[in-house]
Write a protein that binds this ligand. Structure first.
Ligand SMILES: [Zn+2]
Ligand SMILES: [Zn+2]
Length: 401
């Protein structure tokens, strides 16, 4: 970095550097932004604007999650991508561009679907989560994960020249899930077929958007993150709506749903130093059993719960053949559900826990179809304890972050 050059403004000597204009804002604390750990989910139109703003503001610890590759149609709304990047992963190119703009920044890209492929450890790592997504399924997953790990998240949604930015703070309802209506739930259910396999051609997305509205909404999202990190009041539990056609903007308040499934936060998450490849499911259950002081309980009274449902087996109703799978629900496509012998649609058997008796207890934690750096819960009827597989951290986030 070039040394600051002192300039005189009135009677005061001011040191001009990259961030000196921010410091003229009385409450501004650059070190808060520099040290904040930011998880950006989605590297499309909103994600590009979010990342651009983070870089300009001097954020230096950023993780970017996105599954998709860059297409030509993205280039009208993505300042971080060039024509030569078509076909490359958005997360990777975005990370490279961010580093080119801010050489001091530590940036990690994760090419993944946040719902199936990312452990809750990335939520635990972050101070704030910024989302630039186009589907409800991922938002709902982020909302539940953010509550579990007690992290705030900021959502953005755009369509045409209108958009909304919203802030959700774990532990204080209303949350994103509270805002979902009947139509939202119907659309969410349509994504999965009745037997939990993923139907193709039924994904959301491909909405009409412009770079102007993505910059407006991403601008609000990042500005809210800055305020939140400074401990200032934010849009928490409400939304900022901007209607480009009528030049109207307003704040919308949401109502808490007392039956909302998202309102749950882990207490005292214990970090396990080993890697998922070093422990079996039974090892973890016994570890939890000891921590919970549950030695006197019966064989199936201490249960390990997973972060998400796993497809355990596919069973053919025709020939009875069973195939062991171990993959996250939603990661298997509908066509893969057919029996190779007779073409019948097989029945999906899912699991979400282990009670010490099932055959898969000897499996290592990395061979269950669950992501690395994930959280497991060990529970009895009375108590529970959450375990973060912290030994996986460098495999997922590298060693810089
Ligand atoms: Zn809620
Ligand atoms: Zn069959």
């Amino acid at each position: 970095m070039t040394p600051p050059i002192p300039v005189r403004i009135g009677d005061e000597e001011v040191h001009e550097d990259r961030y000196s204009r921010f410091r003229l804002i009385p409450w501004w604390d650059q070190t808060k932004l520099q040290s904040a750990r930011v998880l950006v989910i989605g590297a499309g139109a909103l994600g590009n604007e979010i990342l651009k703003n983070l870089v300009l503001l001097g954020f230096e610890r950023i993780v970017i999650v996105d599954l998709d590759k860059i297409e030509e149609s993205n280039l009208s709304r993505t300042i971080l991508y060039r024509g030569s990047d078509i076909g490359s992963y958005k997360a990777d190119v975005a990370a490279k561009s961010v580093k080119a703009l801010a050489p001091n920044a530590k940036v990690k890209s994760i090419v993944a679907n946040v719902v199936q492929d990312c452990g809750l450890g990335i939520f635990a790592w972050s101070d704030v989560i910024l989302a630039g997504l186009d589907n409800r399924e991922a938002r709902l997953w982020i909302n539940r994960g953010a509550w579990k790990m007690n992290r705030p998240w900021i959502d953005g949604a755009i369509e045409g020249i209108n958009g909304v930015a919203r802030v959700f703070v774990a532990g204080s309802a209303p949350c994103y899930e509270c805002t979902l209506g009947e139509t939202d739930w119907k659309l969410l259910e349509q994504r999965m077929s009745c037997n939990l396999l993923l139907r193709e051609g039924n994904t959301e997305g491909k909405v009409a958007t412009t770079p102007t509205i993505s910059s407006v909404i991403a601008g609000i999202e990042v500005q809210e993150a800055v305020k939140l990190l400074h401990g200032m009041p934010t849009l928490a539990s409400s939304g900022f709506v901007f209607e480009g056609l009528n030049h109207t903007s307003y704040k919308v308040e949401y109502t808490a749903n007392p039956d909302c499934m998202s309102h749950f936060t882990f207490e005292n998450v214990k970090e396990i130093p080993q890697k998922s490849s070093e422990l079996t499911l039974e090892d973890l259950r016994l570890h939890g059993l000891e921590d919970l002081g549950a030695q006197g309980l019966g064989a199936t009274d201490v249960v390990v719960e997973f972060s998400r449902d796993i497809v355990h087996e596919l069973e053919c109703p025709g020939c009875g053949a069973k195939e062991e799978i171990f993959a996250a629900v939603g990661s298997i496509k509908y066509e893969q559900g057919r029996c190779a012998r007779d073409g019948q649609m097989r029945v999906v058997k899912t699991i979400h826990s282990y009670d010490g008796t099932e055959s898969f207890g000897a499996r290592k934690l990395d061979s269950l179809g669950l992501p690395l750096f994930d959280v497991f819960t060990v529970r009895t009827a009375e108590k529970e304890k959450a375990y973060l597989m912290a030994g996986d951290k460098s495999a997922v986030l590298g060693d810089e972050l």
